[in-house]
Design a protein around this ligand. Structure first.
Ligand code: DC
Length: 222
């Protein structure tokens, strides 16, 4: 039987950095479900759909096929057969993903793909509802969080390192807005599963978080 690790938490908590490092160390497959929601959002934006119109999005989503492939161990997202991975980290796509992921038709479209990936292989899957909805039987569930200030500062440093302009208070406001939306939507809101282990990374290094979770995996696999 496959071993599944679910990592949920708000934007900027470090889920993907931690999950990638852990997957490499443990030789698990890393599944980034946010990228799947981003791929659908990219599809809606490129088709000029009205993302505030749930009915319209419900129709558009039927025309989108999302698939996952791996190149040198890195997840690639194929949208209707085309690799769209390089477009997915844009701010506009993230915001549209946060809005459209609240629609049941959009979530239903990705659920089976996510569950199928975890059924046959050892995965570390990150997202917002992995422990609560997608993989309720995951052997280990982590709720990874950090304060808004810490998450905003991380994002700010990331943008500066890329040579982009950034405003710390604007980033913090955006993160707070995204949190509100992800936590307060009706379907599959971001919340800690009852049996998840809470890890607050505000004052932890990446290595400390990776070690903490790795030890938990070892304990549960023993
Ligand atoms: O983790 P991320 O920033 O790439 O996710 C983009 C958006 O997708 C996020 O605002 C919420 C949504 N999402 C979701 O609703 N459920 C998931 N399992 C993963 C992401």
């Amino acid at each position: 039987m496959s071993f599944n690790v679910a990592i949920d938490g708000p934007a900027g908590a470090g889920k993907s950095t931690i999950a990638k490092a852990l997957a490499k160390e443990l030789q698990f497959v890393y599944v980034d479900t946010g990228a799947m929601y981003r791929a659908l959002a990219y599809f809606f934006l490129s088709r000029k759909a009205d993302i505030s119109n749930e009915e319209e999005i419900g129709e558009f989503v039927k025309e989108a096929t999302v698939e996952i492939a791996y190149e040198d161990g890195k997840q690639q997202v194929l949208l209707n057969g085309e690799n769209v991975t390089s477009h997915l980290r844009e701010e506009e796509v993230g915001n549209a993903a946060s809005r459209t992921s609240a629609y049941p038709a959009v979530r239903a479209h990705l659920l089976k793909l996510q569950q199928d990936l975890a059924a046959t292989q050892d995965v570390i899957m990150d997202g917002r509802d992995i422990g609560t909805c997608v993989l309720p039987k995951a052997q280990l569930k982590i709720f990874l969080t950090a304060s808004v200030e810490t998450r905003a500062k991380r994002r700010y440093d990331e943008l500066l390192a890329k040579g982009e302009q950034a405003d710390l208070s604007e980033i913090a406001a955006g993160i707070q807005e995204r949190d509100e939306r992800d936590m307060n939507r009706e379907i599959a809101p971001l919340k800690q599963a009852e049996d998840a282990v809470l890890v607050d990374s505000s004052y932890m290094s990446i290595d400390e978080v990776v070690n903490t979770i790795r030890n938990l995996v070892m304990e549960r696999r023993a």
